[in-house]
Design a protein. Structure first.
Length: 79
């Protein structure tokens, strides 16, 4: 269910997104997370279900219980 962005009033659309996170000091990408994304400002909203799934996956990654589907080198920059 898509709605209106609470930040800018733009249109929110359902999308599958990548979530970048740092776990155990390492950059990880969680792929295929369902989110509502604002077309105007890029604000993302995750459902409670998706947040729970991400939380569970984070714990598994922390405990080394899951293997990544792919490992890519990521260059990270700060502004
Ligand atoms: Zn917005």
């Amino acid at each position: 269910m898509a709605g209106i962005c609470s930040i800018c009033g733009g249109e929110m659309v359902d999308k599958s997104v990548d979530v970048v996170d740092t776990i155990n000091g390492k950059l990880v990408v969680i792929r295929g997370v369902s989110a509502e994304v604002c077309m105007r400002c890029g604000e993302r909203l995750y459902s409670q279900g998706e947040l729970k799934k991400m939380e569970k996956l984070r714990e598994k990654i922390q405990d080394n219980l899951v293997k990544p589907i792919t490992v890519e080198e990521v260059a990270v920059f700060a502004v």
